[in-house]
Design a protein. Structure first.
Length: 299
């Protein structure tokens, strides 16, 4: 009987403690992170792939390489074709210079004949003939220039088409490199060095663990108390270690209600419909994906 006397108060304290913990937060949820599944953007053998699960990555960090030998050889071939085509590009000015010298020579001859004509040494027919010769030379120069311009534009167009092919191959060469799209931590590695991969095949999953997101659920009665940009207290559950407090900022509030997820227990158990809320929390290194947490809305 004496033992029972001490057990009952302990049970009451325990029950009161559990009740207090349940009412400690206004909403609860699970921590998430921005996760990216990186897939291959080229097909071929993975020449090297130097990452392990848990590695910290930097954005655009080179992690591996997919065999691109055939692409590189194709690029060399296209560039050689481009050089060959450009070598046949005519030098317009040098070809027109020869006609310009003939026109200048004819113009000089015309002036000489005009002087001789004043002294009755030359005839009008000679002057008419030199004028006709100059007109023919000028017409030939104009036609030559037009023809050379057309030929040049055609060669330039072919060169531009080959240049576009080179740009396309360069883009494919860049895509054969395996890069990290974000700063983050490797969660899963799906491929290994030496394997054959294909375009679209997953290679690894990376997550931004520095900025965690707590997806919590609030009732309709709590909606008027929150707004995007609002700062709230976040309590992360660390099992036997208890709760740890963080500062969080509401970044998103769902515009549609949904049924309470089975893994989430809201404080108002009578409410079947809840609204999802995302709270951004700066990670100190201890928060993990899937951990439970809650928020305290400042009244």
């Amino acid at each position: 009987m004496k033992t029972l006397k001490y057990i009952i108060p302990i049970l009451l304290v325990s029950l009161f403690s559990c009740s207090s913990n349940e009412n400690e937060t206004d909403a609860t949820g699970v921590f998430e992170a921005t996760e990216v599944i990186v897939s291959a953007e080229a097909s071929g053998k993975i020449l090297f792939f130097h990452i392990q699960e848990g590695d910290e990555l930097q954005k655009n960090q080179a992690l591996g390489q997919i065999d691109s030998t055939q692409l590189y050889l194709n690029k060399l071939q296209v560039e050689a074709n481009q050089i060959a085509i450009l070598s046949s590009r005519p030098d317009i000015q040098s070809q027109l210079d020869a006609l310009d010298r003939e026109i200048e020579k004819a113009a000089f001859e015309k002036k000489r004949i005009e002087k001789l004509l004043k002294g009755d040494v030359a005839t009008q027919k000679q002057l008419d003939d030199i004028d006709a010769q100059i007109e023919v030379l000028r017409a030939n120069r104009k036609a030559k220039k037009t023809s050379l311009n057309i030929s040049t534009r055609a060669i330039d167009a072919q060169s531009a088409a080959l240049e576009a092919q080179v740009d396309l191959i360069n883009d494919q060469l860049r895509r054969s490199k395996i890069l990290s799209p974000i700063d983050g931590t490797v969660l899963v590695k799906y491929a290994e060095e030496g394997e054959l991969t294909a375009m679209g095949k997953p290679l690894f999953k990376v997550a931004d663990m520095d900025r965690m997101i707590l997806r919590a659920y609030v009732t309709a009665d709590q909606l008027p108390e929150i707004k995007t940009g609002q700062t709230v207290k976040v309590l992360a559950e660390f099992g036997k270690e208890g709760n740890r407090e963080y500062e969080g900022k509401i970044t998103w509030i769902s515009s549609k209600s949904e049924f309470t997820p089975k893994t989430i227990q809201t404080q108002d158990e009578r409410a079947n419909l809840v609204y999802a809320v995302k709270i951004a929390v700066q990670n100190d290194g201890d928060l993990k994906i899937g951990m439970y947490g809650g928020i305290i809305i400042t009244k």
